[in-house]
Design a protein around this ligand. Sequence first.
Ligand code: HEC
Ligand code: HEC
Length: 103
Amino acid sequence: MRIERRDWIFIAVVVIVLVVFIGISGKEKTTPVPNDQMHRIVYETAFRNAPAPDAPIFKRAFYKPDKKGAEAYCEPCHKEKGVQFPANHPSKNRCLFCHKLKR
Ligand code: HEC
Ligand code: HEC
């Protein structure tokens, strides 16, 4: 089979999409929320309505942890314990968009 100009354009588009995709996913290196005693309240709040492991599949598929509820605890406690934000820390609302929960 001969590879024509049109095919090369298609291949180029696929390669560009892949490169962009990998570039974006590489940025997900933000420190996750530690799953320790200190952060237990965060995990408990976020997953307090979690469906049981034997719940119907559609219930588990549509389940979302209560991230907004959990985020309410982050800043007050970090302030109280004197946890420093790095100097160039980005805008601080919605912590859990960037700092993922471990599971
Ligand atoms: C009850 C107190 C408390 C709450 C609530 C809390 N933190 Fe923390 N966090 C700490 C303390 C203390 C540290 C310092 C390191 C340690 O002792 O775990 C810390 C460290 C961290 C770190 C750095 C971890 C590392 O590996 O360097 C991240 C990221 C973090 N917290 C994110 C969050 C986010 C996001 C939330 C809210 C969803 C949150 N924390 C809620 C007390 C808290
Ligand atoms: C827009 C994304 C974003 C949001 C929102 C955000 N952070 Fe961060 N945070 C970062 C990045 C990027 C870093 C620096 C890279 C790293 O160490 O993870 C960082 C670093 C930190 C660190 C130091 C981690 C370490 O390893 O030393 C703590 C603690 C922290 N953030 C807490 C919070 C808390 C609490 C909130 C919510 C009030 C929050 N962040 C919201 C992106 C974000």
